[in-house]
Design a protein around this ligand. Sequence first.
Ligand SMILES: Nc1nc2c(ncn2[C@@H]2O[C@H](COP(=O)(O)OP(=O)(O)O)[C@@H](O)[C@H]2O)c(=O)[nH]1
Ligand SMILES: [Mg+2]
Length: 461
Amino acid sequence: MNTRLDIAVIGHTNAGKTSLMRTLTRRRDFGEVSAHPATTRHVEMAELALGSETVLRLFDTPGFEDSSGLLAHIEALKTARDEDWIEAIEAFVATPDLQAGFAQEAKALGQVLSSAVLLYVIDARDPVRAKHRDELELLGRCARPVLPVLNFVAPGPGNEVGHEQAWRQQLARVNMHAVVSFDTVVYNQADELTLYGKIATLADRFAPILTRLIDELTAARAAQRRASAVMVAELIVDIAAARRPYKADDEAAKTAAAADLKNAIRRREQQAVTALLELNRFGSADYAPPELPIAGGAWQEDLFDPLVLERFGFDATKALAAGATAGLAIDLMTGGLTLGAAALTGAAVGFAIDSVRRYGGRLVALATGMAEMTVDAPTLKLVIDRETALVSALLRRGHGAQSPIATAPFDGTALQERVAPLTHQARRHPNWSSLAESPRTPAARATLVTRIADAVESALS
Ligand SMILES: Nc1nc2c(ncn2[C@@H]2O[C@H](COP(=O)(O)OP(=O)(O)O)[C@@H](O)[C@H]2O)c(=O)[nH]1
Ligand SMILES: [Mg+2]
């Protein structure tokens, strides 16, 4: 059984060879990609490992610039030396004197001869031309299995026509029946697995390692999705629970609290973006997150957060409407279980000492003239939506992509329905936020993160 597969990535210059290498190896910085021809001048290698074992080596090659001239040159060599094709190609590769003006092509062909399988990358926006036919003929003479890869198949500006069908017909004519479509910019795991599956068919002695690779890629993808969703869920809990206290009648303190909270949330979101990019092996150059579009006053002030009061067993809106004052909360807190406010005896129902212990300090603070700034619902929704959209975009992005990440429009209605009750729960626990002064991470917080992550994951496209 062979334990390491060498693959040469070949094709016409600018077909997307280097981009394909980047996407397959998840290395956005591999080699050099540009719209100028002949950017790749030497053979460059990238490895794929399972654990510590390298199972696949991909070799990026300089493109063939004049494949028709090259074919004619090698055919002439073959005739002059009275050799068969593969002998003539071997002699051409091994002997600089025989390379005429084709030194770059000789490097690529040299790599072809030392590889077990060839990936032939095709720009499917191009019609099939004579140069392509000659390239195919030459590759067909190299005595290696060839898997043609149709690149640039995603429709879009500059690719309204597409010549995928013509290419498939042409490839069938030269006995290349196994073909894959692969867009190096728009990542699609099914296409990637198909690519490895077809290689396994063409070179079945490598089937065992390719099967392991396929399993590993599948598992890694699921883990990456989950870890991304958990990062978003952590962010959601942190910002939903975040609070900043201030003296209620002090305008300057209020402004400062709002600014402080806003900055903390911005930094926390930026931190999540950086972590998401890193987890998915992209970098800050790929994405410029938009600012939180909030004006100063849009932050929520909740002197008496109905959610907190409700936790104490009474309907806050009713109680407040009935003229409840801060005094009530103080009574509750200080264990004055006599509850001076007779009108509010109902409040004692379901009242738990545990709740006093947990929320007491806050309610006392609120009741004694302190207020708190929290993130408002629209801002929270915005962050949830756009980070979920970012994860979707990252999961769809190939590492060969050059343009900055653009998140697709995201309809967060269904996600909000699932997440809103969960963020309410987070709001009740200020110290579950990593932005709190003394953050706590009880098991209940972990459970909440898991439930939010489930919702985020199911909203990923
Ligand atoms: N839209 C799009 N652009 C691509 C794709 N593959 C490569 N490119 C772009 O095409 C150009 C040439 O790609 P490159 O990988 O350098 O080609 P190479 O010369 O065969 O290595 C670069 O500008 C790439 O960003 C693709 O699938 N879709
Ligand atoms: Mg290149």
